[in-house]
Design a protein around this ligand. Sequence first.
Ligand SMILES: Nc1ncnc2c1ncn2[C@@H]1O[C@H](COP(=O)(O)OP(=O)(O)OP(=O)(O)O)[C@@H](O)[C@H]1O
Length: 265
Amino acid sequence: MTDAALTFTDLTLGYRGHAAVHHLSATILRGSLTAVIGANGSGKSTLMKGIAGILRPLSGSCTMQARRLAYLPQQSEIDRTFPARVVDLVSLGFWQKTGLLGRRSRADRDRLEGCLEAVGLLGFENRALDSLSGGQMQRALFARTMLQDADLILLDEPFNAVDQRTIRDLVDLTRQWVTEGRTVLCVLHDHALVSQYFPQTLLLARRPVAFGPTEMVVTPENLRRAQTFHEAWDEDARWCDGAAGARGEDLANHGADIRKVAARV
Ligand SMILES: Nc1ncnc2c1ncn2[C@@H]1O[C@H](COP(=O)(O)OP(=O)(O)OP(=O)(O)O)[C@@H](O)[C@H]1O
């Protein structure tokens, strides 16, 4: 399928043999904006790590048709005590193009400045990372993501602990990336934000509960189902063992639903 940016085929991801995301089959189209939602521990970050290639599938596959990928992890996974400045962090966005020690041309420096300006951080170049507020740090991470010029962008809870104005600015920037033809997957918890700005949504509860147009996914019934499945999950169960058997029929049925909806979006 030529317009696919990502294809999940019966993808199962996890840690030390325990699945955290089960049997995901879906197609993410090029130039789409997808929210990934679900309760704490439902597998959202695990899926991002699987797409980014940090985690290898336990089974199934994740095929990426994108040329270049940018991954913005949760802030909690970023060490801000490292003695670096804003410009050092943002310049990491050049890494795929020129390597860490590559020479920066005048055009590169202009691009870096343009990215800082786009996130409202011009003048912050020499500020130490540990002196930034949470919102400023998030803006810096968006500038780095922008500099990467990726066609597939993964954002893991980018709006956590960020004020309304910054959320609006960063959502606008994200939507701009989509109008440029980039594909964005964004993990978030704020369902109102999802309904307002994200055309399609993947709802996870370790297994996929629903995927498709947001108004069909973010419904009280689906959210209730996601909660029930999530709470019922046995943390220590091995993946796809007998304990999961009772849920096998549901998994298969929902997989079919997902493929049907995916074909429409
Ligand atoms: N490195 C790891 N080793 C073992 N188990 C892990 C690891 N990382 C995550 N898990 C487990 O995998 C499951 C899914 O975690 P994940 O971080 O993907 O959830 P999440 O939906 O992103 O949650 P949150 O909303 O809290 O960020 C959880 O049960 C978690 O404890």
